[in-house]
Design a protein around this ligand. Structure first.
Ligand code: DCP
Ligand code: MG
Ligand code: MG
Length: 561
């Protein structure tokens, strides 16, 4: 019989700012103890004074996050800065527009966590979320437990004594002791299963692994997190969001439907505003009291939607693939599995937002500035400490939003990336000028079409389709020579040399749309792309998906707010 996976979802608490607290080690049905380590989230590493006071991190006109001291006083994530300052005049504000510290901290925590999970089965979602597949570790330890049964100890003896969970196959001293008769942390819905055997035992052990990993992260790296444990990513993530900060929650499958039923369908990861609205329109269209029910009044809990709709309605209104997927999610079914994140980002992008750009010269200047930053990031992210390229982007993409197209709509155009980007015989200024004149501006013209006037409020430059370089590859010419390329004239110009200034660190860049311009998630959610490929790449996590799935995927990132 196939056994359920054991998945842990972790989300760093008030990631950009701080939480100053300890992990409360609450055992349901068991004892309680506390650990007195203090946490320091990203800003606190740079300014420990912030730990005790209410503070918020701002990006442009918005509070992108605030610490829990501030939240206790009523400050809200994603509140307009001007309102927050008016309401809380002594709120300390930190400028969070430079993402590099968050990016570095995020990567450090990802690597640290990944080292604890067998097979490195850790998927990274955005800057502050990880999914860990600890199934293999659980299987191994259950086999150890079963062998102690076989060696004559009664189940009762085994269960009452603490079990030593091994975190390493090689070194049997690495691990921790845990009780098998109680769960670490909270239990979703508050219900414990009657039987702690079988798949339930796997989740009990999963809860202890989650606690151990969170404690290691706190003790060694100084960050608190909220954790969820269940049989798939969606359930684990949703469970983890129920008790924050610095807590964890396990969701047993037998209570999953009860747990989900009370949520609004919009709170299910992957179900965005647009999908929600399509589903509700389809459901309530046929309803007799439709004229008496305003959009706001429509009951949209999972329970109601499950009972008023069926899979056919979902497929009919959302299409086969999305319809089936979302219908399954409402029933706690998420077969997506943990996809370990690669060391190199799948795309690198830089963006900025404006009140208004109306002339080509303004656009040219902005593209020049963004290109400088982009090239810097490409080098930092994709070159190792020896100056060898770890990956090569194949495509460049320009994205804009115009005032007239509405806040929700972004449009993109892509083209092959010229190999001059990797040239070390040209100055950065030369490459930037080349890119702007020969690539970005022509793409911009294609984007805006024939119009005589335009009003741009966002520009995003990106390199995408980053392919892993063959081992020890600094020969870019050979790499590009293998495939068709639009800018072959540049190939002979490329002189391959190791760069003189080696970067201290290789980090990933994931610019999240809407982070910097103070827009609400609704305004930012709709992404329209007319890229050459039908695939889209999420600018938050680099995940590749069909365009239609992007909207809901972006909502997935914002889930829990
Ligand atoms: N973030 C952002 N803009 C958003 C959402 C998030 O800039 N619209 C940034 C700030 C957050 C970080 O991403 O610190 C992680 O997002 P979370 O939603 O996980 O928020 P926090 O970690 O800040 O708080 P929580 O404790 O609720 O997880
Ligand atoms: Mg968080
Ligand atoms: Mg998060």
């Amino acid at each position: 019989m196939s056994k359920s996976p054991v998945i842990i979802a972790l989300d760093w608490d008030a990631f950009y700012c701080s939480v100053s607290s300890s992990i409360p080690h609450v055992y349901c049905g068991c004892h309680t103890n506390t650990n007195t380590n203090r946490a320091a989230q990203v800003e606190e590493h740079f300014n420990p004074e912030l730990k005790k006071i209410a503070f918020a991190v701002k990006q442009k006109g918005i509070i992108c996050t605030c610490n829990y001291v501030a939240r206790a006083r009523g400050v809200k994530k994603l509140q307009m800065l001007v309102d927050a300052v008016k309401q809380f005049p002594d709120l300390v504000i930190v400028n969070g527009e430079d993402l590099s510290r968050y990016r570095d901290a995020s990567k450090e925590l990802w690597y640290f966590t990944r080292d604890m999970v067998w097979g490195g089965k850790v998927e990274r979602l955005g800057f502050d979320e990880l999914f860990l597949d600890v199934t293999e570790m659980i299987d191994y330890n259950i086999a150890l437990l079963d062998s102690s049964h076989a060696s004559g100890e009664s189940r009762c003896q085994v269960d009452s004594a603490p079990f030593f969970f091994r975190m390493s196959k090689e070194d049997e001293s690495v691990g921790f002791s845990c009780p098998l008769s109680s769960v670490a942390g909270n239990v979703a819905t508050g219900c414990l299963p009657e039987d702690f055997g079988g798949d339930n035992l796997r989740l009990v052990l999963g809860s202890h692994v989650c606690h151990y990993i969170r404690s290691q992260i706190l003790d060694i790296k100084g960050y608190t997190s909220s954790g969820g444990v269940s049989i798939n990513k969606t359930l684990a993530k949703m469970a983890g969001a129920t008790h924050k900060p610095n807590q964890q929650t396990v969701l047993f499958p037998e209570f999953a439907q009860d747990f989900l039923d009370s949520f609004d369908i919009g709170r299910i990861p992957w179900i965005g505003h647009r999908s929600k609205s399509i589903i509700l329109d389809a459901i309530y269209k046929g309803s007799a009291d439709v004229n008496d029910t305003t959009k706001e009044e429509r009951d949209s809990t999972v329970f109601t939607v499950r009972h008023l709709a069926n899979k056919h309605l979902f497929v009919h209104s959302l299409g086969q693939s999305s319809g089936e997927k979302l219908w399954d999610l409402l029933h706690g079914i998420d077969p997506s599995g943990v996809q370990p994140t690669s060391d190199i980002p799948t795309q690198i992008s830089i963006e900025d937002t404006f009140k208004s750009l109306t002339s080509l010269i303004e656009v040219h200047n902005v593209l020049s500035r963004l290109s400088h930053s982009l090239l810097e990031r490409v080098q930092v992210d994709l070159m190792d400490l020896n100056g060898d390229w770890l990956g090569h982007p194949r495509t460049m993409r320009l994205t804009t939003r115009t005032r007239s197209s509405g806040y929700g709509t972004r449009i993109s155009r892509s083209d092959s990336l010229p190999s001059i980007v990797f040239s070390s015989s040209h100055s950065r200024d030369y490459i930037v000028d080349y890119l702007v004149d020969k690539c970005w501006m022509p793409l911009f013209s294609k984007l805006i079409g024939d119009v005589k006037t335009f009003d741009i409020v966002l520009l995003n430059v990106a390199v995408v389709n980053i392919e892993k370089a063959p081992a020890k590859s600094s020969d870019i010419t050979a790499f590009f020579g293998k495939k068709k390329h639009n800018h072959n004239d540049q190939l002979q110009d490329v002189h391959i040399e190791k760069p003189e200034h080696k970067k201290a660190k290789v980090v990933g860049e994931y610019v999240r749309p809407g982070f910097s311009d103070g827009l609400t998630e609704e305004e930012e959610e709709d992404v329209i792309s007319d890229d050459d490929s039908s695939d889209e790449v999420c600018v938050v996590c680099g995940q590749r998906m069909m365009s239609f799935a992007l909207e809901a995927h972006m909502r997935f990132h914002d889930f829990g707010e």
